[in-house]
Design a protein around this ligand. Structure first.
Ligand code: FUC
Length: 778
């Protein structure tokens, strides 16, 4: 066992300006906010991600051949399309009847044949292509280091060759909308050629403009019968200091430069899910011209200032051991046996870095791979799967100070309320809007893939929780007024389609599924899965609160409240498990350790089931979780981590976190392995760690509610809580030392420390330091 070093501030890493050309010390010693390696990336999951939400690159760090695998977040297959299937209007009541008659196989086969979207698949997120830089003069390279500085959002490579120190740095600027790369190798030492390559299946064509610009332009791919409707362009401009540039075989060459700056811009003609009339050439030309005029130093300084504005909001430290001095890939490889608490805090800050880099105001939301994807048929299309994955991406955003990163999700849900209104009307004959288990760039909302996955009308309703939470953390009523019609539309759909359960008079969703989990009838199709009623309980409650706050729709409020009161309740089954379905199928469902734990939505992310408020349901939830097991795929492990934290078992949560950090579930670049790569586990890991340290639900802020023995001392600063509060914590010997609460508004709040509480009402702008002595028995 290593001795732990004392607490180091991890997060507000003062002094990491990133402006110098990679000081040797930073590249060789462990910096708590750095991923680093002794060799170039051999696989994509070893390369290092950089991004500004819209543009992104995976940097491989090759010595003789550098590869930057590029993405632009609106480059998807197909074009605007409407997948609503009018046949469903008659088919859905028939499926409902077959379910009620328990004719499961017929229900399954008829659904897949008759009520699915046309086409039955959605479009995929695509790759932009690769920029390859082929260098001269790198033979015999030594002293190689490659790193990603999370605080500076800067990737860098350094090695010695030919008597010179070679340096390469890359970042993606949100301010200037370019990928910027700088190459140095001593006087006259930089010689290379640059060229683009398509991912398989793409047909962009390269051309040069003068001897310093390479343009790569094309049309996106058609998919599933939907014609490619996007034009796109990538533009590279090379700015050498010294040396010469030339064109050779369609590539740009640079010889004998002292240093070179490469500026890469990219855009598609996407303007919205129904408008593809943008001018990518004009956008890339302007971005490159403006960035060139600004110059490297100012580009980097502005980029880092903007990144740090968000990144530095939270600092997190649970101690550091000598294990943290090793390269990141070695730390992951030995994560199951070494004492390396700083790997968890690195993973935490990496997750925040990934969200800032894949979801910013004005961009697309983070998809299944964030924004990083190397081919045109990524796993699950690299889409937005909204039966857990997209929501998990945004779980850490509010509490870890990244509320504005949720904006792209809010914008997408507003779009879905438009496309989903057509699906609701055409397929269900209902008011409002609906979105099933997936969507894509074109905001398709109809059920896809097959009945086992797609016949789940509650996806859009789950997303609405994020709209509400965004208000609840910041309490901006203008924002609430803007999203209220979306909440209301989601409610209207369910007011029109909820079914009365025979024999009980409860309201249930049918047809539906408990996401992807097949029950003993041989299909996932069912009526009234527990998760659906839980999601609707939140949707209805939040919409009522929004309407009250905005003083709108009193009649509708009453109608929604009446429906909410009749939703089928959470129940404990005969074997003591929380029932996943209305039927007692839990003990006999074929996949007892299924990765989805949908009925535990009520525990997390919702707060309908809590150890204090509903102890019997909480016990049943623990029993269900125990049956499901701790080991699963990436995001599914992360969900279990959040759930055990909510259920107050910090040691079990920490054990699950350790699984998440194992080489089976974490790649050398710290991307989450589903496998293959899926980013949701990265984000779920961040929220899980947050939940271990602070929980903000049921009207209380709980301090250290699930602190594991493995983290006896530490600190976290800058957390955010509902009602405009900021919270920092410091603990030692497993107990709180002090907390600091700040208040932006003047809301009252209740803070909990174990079974003791403290009611506080700070004025707007107020701040108070709390110690354990301030709390009294509840
Ligand atoms: C859900 C999960 C799968 C996968 C996919 C993208 O359907 O069940 O495991 O994560 O989303």
């Amino acid at each position: 066992m290593f001795t732990r070093r004392g607490a180091m501030a991890v997060g507000a890493a003062a002094g990491l300006t990133g402006l110098e050309p990679i000081p040797a010390s930073a590249a060789t010693s462990a910096n708590p906010l750095t991923l680093w390696y002794r060799q170039p990336a051999a696989a994509w999951t070893e390369a290092l991600p950089i991004g500004n939400g819209r543009l992104a690159a995976m940097v491989f760090g090759g010595v003789a051949r550098e590869r930057l695998q590029l993405n632009e977040d609106t480059l998807w297959g197909g074009g605007p399309y409407d997948p609503a299937n009018p046949k469903a209007r008659e088919g859905i009541p028939r499926v409902r009847a077959l379910i009620e008659e328990e004719r499961w196989v017929e229900a399954r086969d008829f659904s897949t044949a008759s009520i699915m979207a046309t086409p039955i698949r959605q479009m995929s997120y695509n790759a932009l292509g690769d920029l390859y830089l082929d260098f001269e003069g790198t033979d015999g390279a030594s002293a190689y280091r490659r790193k990603l500085d999370l605080d500076g959002a800067l990737s860098s490579v350094r090695f010695e060759a030919g008597g010179a120190t070679h340096g390469r740095q890359a970042f993606v600027s949100a301010i200037d909308q370019v990928i910027a790369v700088r190459l140095t190798a001593g006087t006259g030492g930089v010689s290379f050629s640059a060229g683009f390559e398509n991912p398989p299946g793409a047909t962009a064509v390269a051309r040069t403009e003068g001897a310093d610009t390479l343009v790569f332009a094309g049309r996106n791919i058609s998919q599933h019968g939907v014609a490619g409707a996007l034009r796109y362009e990538t533009r590279l401009k090379i700015i050498p200091t010294g040396g010469r540039t030339a064109v050779q075989d369609g590539r740009l060459t640079v010889s004998g430069a002292d240093s070179v700056v490469l500026l890469i811009a990219a855009a598609t003609s996407y303007r919205s899910f129904r408008d593809v009339s943008g001018d990518p050439a004009a956008r890339t030309r302007k971005a490159v011209v403006d960035a060139a005029a600004k110059g490297w130093d100012a580009l980097l300084a502005d980029h880092q200032r903007e990144h740090r504005r968000l990144f530095r909001k939270v600092a997190f430290d649970v101690g550091t051991t000598p294990a943290a001095d090793r390269p990141t890939d070695e730390r992951v490889a030995t994560s199951q046996t070494s004492d390396d608490p700083a790997l968890a805090s690195l993973y935490f800050q990496y997750g925040r870095y990934l969200l800032i880099s894949s979801s910013r105001v004005g961009t697309q939301p983070a998809n299944l791979q964030g924004v990083w994807n190397e081919n045109n048929s990524p796993p699950w299309g690299g889409k937005y799967t909204i039966n857990i994955n997209t929501e998990m991406n945004y779980w850490p955003a509010e509490p870890t100070g990244l509320s504005e990163c949720v904006e792209p999700l809010v914008a997408m849900v507003k779009d879905l309320a438009i496309t989903g209104a057509r699906t609701a009307q055409v397929m269900y004959g209902a008011r409002g809007w609906v979105c099933h288990h997936n969507t894509d760039l074109w905001r398709a909302t109809a059920p896809i893939d097959g009945s086992q996955y797609g016949v789940w009308p509650t996806g859009g309703a789950w997303l609405c929780k994020h709209l509400w939470d965004r208000w609840d953390y910041g309490r901006d009523d203008a924002y609430l007024a803007a999203v209220y019609p979306v909440l209301k539309g989601a409610c209207l759909f369910f007011l029109d389609t909820l079914q009365v359960e025979r024999g009980t008079n409860f309201l249930i969703v049918s047809p539906s599924i408990s996401p992807e989990n097949i029950h003993p009838g041989g299909t996932s199709l069912c009526a009234g899965p527990t998760m659906d009623q839980q999601i609707l309980r939140d949707l209805f409650g939040n919409t009522i609160r929004a309407a009250e706050r905005l003083e709108l729709d009193p009649g509708l409020r009453a109608e929604i409240a009446a429906a909410q009161a009749r939703l089928a309740p959470n129940e404990v089954g005969p074997t003591g498990l929380l029932k996943e379905w209305r039927e007692d199928w839990d003990a006999t469902a074929p996949e007892q350790n299924h990765r989805h734990v949908s009925h535990l939505y009520g525990v997390y992310p919702s707060d309908q089931i809590t150890t204090r408020g509903t102890p019997a349901l909480a016990e049943a939830s623990k029993a269900s979780l125990a049956v499901r097991g701790d080991i699963s795929t990436g995001w599914a492990i992360a969900w279990r981590l959040n759930l055990w934290a909510r259920l107050g078992d910090g040691d079990r949560a920490h054990r699950i976190l350790t699984h998440l950090l194992s080489p089976d579930r974490t790649y050398p670049n710290l991307f989450d392995a589903h496998p293959p790569f899926q980013i949701d586990g990265n984000f779920g890991g961040v929220s899980g760690m947050t939940e271990m340290l602070m929980q903000d639900h049921s009207g209380e802020i709980a301090l250290l509610p699930a602190l594991p023995a493995a983290w006896p001392s530490g600190s976290i600063t800058g957390l955010r809580c509902r009602g405009g509060f900021g919270l920092s914590l410091r603990w030692d010997n497993g107990a709180l030392v002090e907390a600091e609460l700040t208040s932006d508004l003047s809301e009252p709040c209740v803070i909990r420390l174990g079974d003791r509480v403290l009611a506080i009402h700070l004025p707007a702008g107020g701040r108070r330091t709390l110690t354990p002595a301030d709390f009294v028995q509840a």
